[in-house]
Design a protein around this ligand. Structure first.
Ligand SMILES: [Zn+2]
Length: 278
C-alpha cells in the first residue's frame, strides 16, 4: 500500500523526506513554494539533487506536489489568470526538477462568470501549460467541495477541463472530504460505488492516481471543506475501511491531509488507516 502524508518543507524540501522516514511512510506530498503566496525560496540544483538521491535511497514509491492555493485558473480576470498560470508552471517546473510523479491542483473559482466559462478557462490554461512545459509529472485535477463559485466538484466537469488533452498528461486526484462535502455519500457502499462508477465513466479509474484521505468535520453535501481525523468525522471508519481495501484502488497513492491539533496526530491517522487495511 502506498500510504503517506502531506509534509512540511520547513528547512528545505529534502527535510520533508526526513519527516517521511520518521513516519515510516513510502510516499509524500509537499508544497514546493509558499502555498498562500506567489513566491518561494529558490530551489537550487544542489537541493533538488539531494531530494532525488534521498528519495532513491529511501525507496520512496512515489511523490506528489500540491500546487499553491491562490492560483485560480477558472477566473475571468485576466491579470489573476496570467499570474495563476505562471504560478502553476513554476510548481510544475520545480516538481520536474525534483523528479516528482504528480502535481495536484484545485481548478479554481469562476467568481460569477459561470461554471461553463470557468471550465473553459481551466481547459485553455492547461493546454497552454502542457504545450509550453511538456511536463514530466502528470497533472492531477482535484475534486473540490463546491464552496462559493468553485468549479470541479464533480468528475464530468473535471473531465471537461481536460478536453483535447491526452489522458497520459492529466488525471484526477480524489479528495474524500471534498467529495463528501459535495454530496457523495461515502458512508454507504452505494454512495461509494456511485462515486467510483462516476470516476470510471469519466476519466477511467486508471487515471485516478492520488487519493487525499480525509474525514469531514461537516455534514454530507454542505460544501464545506473541513478536513478531520480519520474515522472521527462524519464519514467514519466504515467508509475508510471500504476505501483502503477496495480491490480497484490497490495501486493508488493514499495521502492524508488531516489536521495536526496535537503532536503525533499524523502518526495516529496513519496508524488508523493501516489498521483498517486488511
Ligand atoms: Zn486535498
Amino acid at each position: 500500500m502506498e500510504l503517506g502524508a502531506h509534509l512540511s518543507i520547513s528547512g528545505g524540501v529534502d527535510k520533508a523526506l526526513d519527516r517521511a522516514e520518521e513516519l515510516e511512510i513510502n510516499t509524500l506530498q509537499i508544497f514546493v513554494k509558499n502555498p498562500r503566496g506567489w513566491t518561494g525560496k529558490e530551489l537550487t540544483t544542489k537541493i533538488a539533487n539531494l531530494f532525488k538521491e534521498k528519495s532513491k535511497a529511501m525507496n520512496l514509491a512515489s511523490s506528489v506536489v500540491h500546487a499553491n492555493y491562490l492560483s485560480n485558473l477558472a477566473t475571468p480576470k485576466n491579470e489573476l489568470y496570467k499570474k495563476s498560470k505562471e504560478s502553476l508552471k513554476e510548481d510544475i517546473r520545480r516538481a520536474d526538477c525534483l523528479g516528482v510523479n504528480y502535481v495536484v491542483f484545485h481548478p479554481g473559482n469562476h467568481t460569477g462568470s459561470g461554471i461553463e466559462a470557468g471550465i473553459e478557462r481551466v481547459n485553455k490554461a492547461l493546454k497552454e501549460i502542457i504545450k509550453d512545459l511538456n511536463p514530466k509529472a502528470k497533472l492531477l485535477l482535484e475534486n473540490v467541495s463546491g464552496a462559493g463559485t468553485e468549479v470541479g466538484f464533480n468528475f464530468e466537469d473535471l473531465l471537461a477541463m481536460t478536453a483535447g488533452i491526452p489522458l497520459d498528461r492529466v488525471g484526477v486526484c480524489l479528495d474524500t472530504c471534498h467529495a463528501f462535502a459535495a454530496g457523495y455519500d461515502l458512508r454507504s457502499k452505494d454512495g461509494f460505488d456511485r462515486l467510483l462508477t462516476e470516476i470510471d465513466d469519466t476519466f477511467g479509474l486508471d487515471h485516478l492516481k492520488v487519493i487525499h484521505v480525509n474525514d469531514s468535520k461537516r455534514e454530507l453535501g454542505t460544501n464545506k471543506d473541513r478536513h478531520y481525523h480519520i474515522g472521527q468525522g462524519k464519514i467514519g471508519s466504515e467508509g475508510f475501511a471500504r476505501l483502503v481495501n477496495h480491490p480497484q484502488l490497490k495501486e493508488k497513492v493514499f495521502i492524508i491531509e488531516t489536521p495536526i491539533d496535537e503532536n503525533g496526530d499524523d502518526k495516529l491517522n496513519l496508524k488508523t488507516l493501516r489498521d483498517l487495511a486488511e
